[in-house]
Design a protein around this ligand. Structure first.
Ligand SMILES: [Zn+2]
Length: 435
């Protein structure tokens, strides 16, 4: 059996990996990057009363649809464990299409709360801002991809009663439907942001279409178009199949996904005369070979390319992805507020089972690639409390709305500078571990 080692990102110099900007990494004997393996005991003790239950979310969406003739609400699937509906909202009639998903990790709820507010605003407001957004943009929003994880029931405090907690994975057993149990199935569920696959559904079924040679232990290293797509997903979850279909039907120009990470310092703060300052938002663009030499974790010329960048994202699409991130960095920085100007970068490398890397090549629609963006909002830890919760909502709300404003104005985001993004530092040392 191959020996694998877990290494913390901090201080690692292998392959030029920066000290910060990425979650814990692990490598196999070939020094091949292996993304996010099992996280044991990752259920969180957080105050969930501030968030919508699955039932409340359904009620709220139905209410918005009733009151507004603008939105189209659709159930696109059901969660694997609870059999709760997965909702999709379409709104807007413009030429520029945006696909937005939130809470694919059940314990990452802020994006859903903001998505709901944004849906309500787009459905009900008669402001000039909203008119302009709806005239120029069309949205397909999946506001809670993981109802199982969002409403996980577990006896967290050991008192014999199950509490409502939240967890990353869904609650789907591995039933032997793939050749091997994939690395991203653990604790009775799948990490669904590892379950996507770049091949269209008609061309890949894990029951019939993989090959023994594609597997390295429990990792599917799938060959595709002259590349090896390491740690590809198997599309085993109904949630990921539903999101994939939603994406293919939407055939978007932009794809946005919202997550949480642990607490991290803004780099340079906390040493010398600088007080420690937490970065509350890290953003990440997705780009192809045009930006290979900007890859933060791999030296220029690193082979294979598919570990460093997404070779299916062309230069024009890479530019738009990066500029969408620059826009958010600018918009928050201009607020002149020390909370909002703490934006950092979440260093990009392809994660072939993820929403962005699996879907943005847009193979099912003929390979017209999609510009992606990922949000990582610092997690609400207990010691940060409700005030921090409000800030994270606000950061996300401002970022989404400023993005939509700018895209309504110019879908190519011509006035934004890719260097704004690359000048933004990778996030710094950890202050609160992501469990
Ligand atoms: Zn996440």
């Amino acid at each position: 059996m191959r020996r694998r080692t877990f290494v913390k990102a901090a201080g690692v110099t292998t392959l030029g990996l920066a000290a910060t900007g990425t979650a814990s990494a692990r490598y196999d004997d070939d020094q091949r990057y292996r993304p996010g393996g099992p996280r044991l005991g990752n259920e969180r003790s957080i105050n969930l009363n501030a968030f919508h239950t699955n039932e409340e979310l359904a009620t709220e969406l139905a209410k918005i649809e009733d009151r507004s003739g603008r939105i189209d609400l659709r159930e696109i699937g059901r969660s694997a464990g609870r059999n709760d509906p997965i909702w999709e909202v379409e709104v807007g009639g413009g030429d520029t299409k945006i696909h937005l998903i939130t809470q694919i990790h059940g314990d990452e709820p802020i994006g859903t709360e903001v998505a709901l507010e944004v849906i309500k605003k787009l459905a009900q407001s008669n402001s000039r801002q909203v008119d302009r957004i709806l005239d120029n943009l069309s949205f397909t929003i999946v506001p809670r991809v993981n109802p199982d994880g969002a409403m996980y029931r577990y006896d967290f405090d050991g008192d014999g009663d199950e509490e409502w907690v939240a967890r990353r994975q869904n609650t789907q057993p591995w039933d032997g439907e793939s050749r091997y149990r994939p690395y991203y199935h653990y604790d009775g569920g799948y990490d669904m942001n590892r379950d996507f696959n770049v091949r269209p559904s008609a061309e890949f079924d894990p029951r019939t279409d993989d090959e023994e040679a594609w597997w390295t232990d429990d990792y599917l290293d799938m060959p595709y178009e002259g590349h090896t797509l390491y740690s590809s997903g198997l599309r085993l979850t109904p949630e990921v199949r539903a999101v994939t279909e939603s994406f293919v039907e939407a055939d978007p120009d932009y794809a946005i996904t919202h997550h949480h990470k642990g607490g991290n310092l803004y780099p340079g703060s906390g040493d010398g005369n600088q007080p420690p300052k937490q970065t509350l938002l890290s953003v990440m663009a997705q780009y192809g070979e045009a930006y290979l030499d900007r890859s933060p974790f791999f030296p220029a010329g690193h082979e294979p390319v598919s570990e460093a960048v997404n070779p299916f994202i062309d230069a024009e699409t890479s530019d738009r992805s990066i500029k969408l991130n620059s826009l958010v960095i600018d918009a928050l920085g201009e607020r002149g507020n020390s909370v909002f100007d703490s934006v950092t970068r979440y260093g990009y490398y392809p994660l072939w089972g993820s929403y962005l890397d699996g879907l943005c090549p847009n193979v099912a629609n003929g390979g017209d690639p999609v510009a992606g963006m990922l949000y990582e909002v610092a997690y609400q830890t207990d010691h940060l409390g409700q005030k921090a919760f409000g800030r994270m909502l606000e950061l996300t709300r401002v970022s989404f709305l400023e993005s939509f404003d700018a895209l309504a104005e110019d879908p190519d985001l011509g006035e934004y500078d890719v260097e704004t993004y690359f000048d933004t530092p990778l996030y710094g040392a950890s202050t609160a571990p992501y469990r």
